[in-house]
Design a protein around this ligand. Structure first.
Ligand SMILES: [Zn+2]
Ligand SMILES: [Zn+2]
Length: 420
């Protein structure tokens, strides 16, 4: 029986991979422009990192991690997100010693055991940034502007930005209490998940998609009246800075995000072209996380966006897929002596940086030229016995049919000129 790929994973085939290259190149170029440096952390970490970094009472840690015991009896987890590993590496390698703010980005596969659906897989690819060491709300504005810039550069025209604040350990407890009090006698009308969240994480009630929960929580107080002065000022200035940077956004008082570690700013990107599951990515400030993972108190902020989601949005909005890179020169030859000359030519042409191919199937000259046409090469170099006797080859322009006899020593130079 033939073995197939595991559920929720994808093979990215030639023809599709060009879109990935395009997105990856845009990401790397934007990160250079915005002053972020790449960091690559391992695909797996000690399970404890995610339990401490993401929080025990989250869907990810409770239900979605690929966790196993390795042969040394250690509990290992395939990374379900990028922030905790980057925080660990930041501390382990004392990256703060070079002077903060430290601006890092990552791009790579993450793993979550979820129900696969369009643009949502068990192995998925995320691009994210983390900034350590600054409390300034202009950094929050930058962390929102960068992905917006990326979406625009990739032709996703309807990317929507929503922002909110969820306060800090100073002011959030009072709001949690206020929220619980206002719902105390209606808890039984909430969905089962929200009934559980009511005690543990009542803020999550605000973004429940269940109709019943929406109705029950319709008139609850927002956090804005409970914010401490610092959080209020931070949120006000963030909005001023976003406007100054020309970023359109909406304030959504119900936006809370799934992670426990966020403080102050949270934000989310979506595209209506994705349908009901419209999220493109999001992030937030996490001023307590570095300490939680064992470092000195260090403010931080970051975002993560899904590449699979971006590609789906691009496709749905009709963004053209880049054409695969093709070969430019096809070297056709017949007979052993000519093939020997062709191998030499192929090597010279490739070393000159020109994508080139030759026949590896022992085809007739006619079939080779057909293959050259099919490969959409621009030139064919034909090495036959007659030409070989003169130490020459025929260079044919496959579009016009024009051809010239060129000495073997000059074929590469000739092609370089012709392809200019
Ligand atoms: Zn506060
Ligand atoms: Zn609910």
């Amino acid at each position: 029986m033939q073995v197939t790929g595991p559920r929720g994973t994808n093979d990215i085939l030639p023809g599709d991979v060009e879109r990935w290259h395009l997105v990856e190149e845009r990401i790397r170029s934007l990160c250079r422009i915005y002053g972020y440096h790449e960091i690559r952390t391992p695909i797996f970490e000690h399970t404890e990192l995610f339990v401490r970094g993401i929080g025990e009472a989250t869907d990810i840690v409770e239900k979605e991690m690929y966790t196993f015991t390795d042969k040394g009896d250690r509990s290992i987890t395939l990374r379900p997100e990028g922030t905790a590993p980057v925080v660990r590496a930041y501390l382990e390698h004392k990256l703060y010693a070079a002077g903060n703010p430290t601006k890092l980005y990552y791009l790579g596969p993450m793993f979550r055991y979820e129900r696969p659906q369009a643009g949502r897989y068990r192995q998925f690819t995320q691009f994210g940034v983390e900034v350590f060491g600054s409390r300034h709300p202009a950094v929050d504005a930058e962390a929102i502007a960068l992905p917006v810039h990326l979406y625009q550069a990739l032709g996703i025209k309807d990317a929507r930005v929503q922002i909110n604040t969820i306060g800090c350990p100073e002011c959030r407890p009072a709001y949690r209490q206020l929220l619980k009090d206002s719902l105390r006698d209606r808890v039984d009308q909430l969905c089962p998940s929200c009934q559980r969240r009511y005690e543990r994480n009542p803020l999550r009630l605000l973004d429940c998609k269940e109709e019943s929960c929406r109705r029950v929580t319709a008139d609850v107080p927002t956090i804005y009246d409970s914010l401490c002065e610092e959080c209020r000022d931070h949120f006000d200035r963030l909005q001023v800075y976003l406007e100054a940077a020309g970023i359109d956004f909406e304030v959504n008082p119900r936006l809370v995000r799934g992670f426990d570690y966020y403080t102050k700013t949270v934000f989310e990107f979506s595209s209506s072209s994705l349908g009901a599951q419209d999220a493109l990515g999001g992030g937030g400030r996490y001023d307590g996380l570095v300490e939680e993972v064992g470092g000195q108190p260090t403010p931080g902020i970051g975002f993560a966006v899904g590449i699979d989601r971006i590609l789906l949005a691009m496709e749905r909005q009709g963004a053209a897929a880049p054409a695969p890179d093709g070969v430019k020169v096809f070297i056709a030859s017949l007979g052993e002596a000519a093939t020997l000359a062709a191998v030499t030519l192929l090597s010279q042409v490739r070393r000159a940086g020109i994508p080139a191919e030759m026949d590896y199937l022992g085809r007739s000259l006619k079939a080779q030229l057909k293959a050259a046409d099919k490969s959409r090469a621009r030139y064919a170099v034909i090495v036959g016995d007659a030409e070989l006797a003169k130490e020459a080859a025929v260079v044919r322009n496959l579009a016009t049919g024009e051809q010239a006899e060129v000495s073997l020593a000059e074929v590469t130079l000739h092609l370089k000129e012709a392809l200019k």
